[in-house]
Design a protein around this ligand. Structure first.
Ligand SMILES: C[S@@+](CC[C@H](N)C(=O)[O-])C[C@H]1O[C@@H](n2cnc3c(N)ncnc32)[C@H](O)[C@@H]1O
Ligand SMILES: [Zn+2]
Length: 274
């Protein structure tokens, strides 16, 4: 077994050019330096808070990506880059990690509706990491309709701003509505809860992450009764205890019972439509 692995590695090494042969010579080092000066932060900075250290090929060159095309380059810190390369070969895209995917998956699996087959409306679909992982690890039949403002891969997709869709969709056919984004998906949440076709018992999953400056969306504050003028002058003050305010908003919409996981002030929330 061991010798088989050694042989495989040796043949891999033979077929793999040296680092300068792969293009990482002096020219690349100079290019890398200039690129990182122009793009100092990791593409995933919002989550990892690291400076860029590596110029990554968005589509790996050994999978046909252009080696020298700046459009195929992005700055990444070492840890994000390591995670990305661990996922390759496979899908590639301008990289955004979905932080805490495992936690989000666990929360959803703990609160999946009992039915054998489920319809999911995934309002911030992205690469669909969460539901792909759930589908792989459950006996249930799960059909996901994804909305994303970016062009995305997959079967059933709606491209555009989710607000536009949520208002007009018949939500009664969905057993699960997923609102997983960076920040506070307040507009979309309000559109879901305000849609009259939403049925009782629908499971909603919601990610709630305050901005770096800890601000709640102004619309949310004004729905909670703070006047626009008050919000303009002291948004930070009124944003204190943001999560409690989210709970207050949900209670105002008739949602009294929620389950959530709090990791570093990121809240992963579940509730059932009452
Ligand atoms: C955190 S990612 C979602 C990850 C996804 N839940 C998963 O499991 O992989 C956020 C996605 O929401 C999309 N997005 C952000 N705002 C949007 C909006 N208003 N309407 C539709 N999509 C939006 C972004 O393009 C991005 O792909
Ligand atoms: Zn990073």
């Amino acid at each position: 077994m061991l010798s088989e692995m050694k042989q495989q590695k040796a043949s891999h090494d033979r077929s793999r050019p040296s680092s300068s042969g792969r293009g990482y010579g002096v020219r690349w080092q100079q290019y890398r330096k200039r690129f990182l000066q122009a793009h100092p932060l990791c593409v995933n900075f919002e989550d990892c808070r690291h400076r860029g250290a590596v110029v990554d090929h968005i589509k790996p060159y050994n999978q046909g990506g252009e080696f020298w095309d700046p459009g195929n380059h992005q700055a990444m810190c070492k840890s994000c880059h390591d995670r990305k390369t661990a996922r390759e070969p496979g899908g590639f895209s301008r990289f955004h990690t979905n932080p805490h995917v495992d936690i989000k998956v666990a929360l959803r699996k703990n609160h999946l509706p009992r039915k054998k087959s489920l319809m999911v409306l995934d309002c911030y679909h992205g690469e669909g990491a969460i539901w792909n992982q759930i589908k792989r690890s459950t006996e249930k039949t799960i059909q996901v309709v994804g909305i994303d403002k970016r062009q995305i891969a997959g079967e059933l997709q709606l491209k555009g701003d989710n607000l536009k869709f949520i208002r007009g969709l018949h939500l009664g056919i969905y057993d699960v509505i997923d609102l997983d984004t960076y920040g506070v998906p307040y507009g979309a949440l309000r559109a879901v809860l305000g849609n009259r076709t939403l049925k009782k018992g629908t499971a909603v999953f919601l990610t709630f992450i305050l901005s770096i400056r800890g601000r709640l969306p102004p619309d949310m504050l004004s729905d909670l009764g703070y006047s626009r003028k008050m919000v303009r002058t002291c948004q930070a003050l009124f944003s204190k205890n943001g999560f409690d305010k989210m709970k207050a908003f949900l209670a105002q919409c008739g949602v009294k019972k929620i389950a959530y996981i709090n990791v570093n002030n990121k809240f992963y929330i579940h509730f059932k439509v009452e």
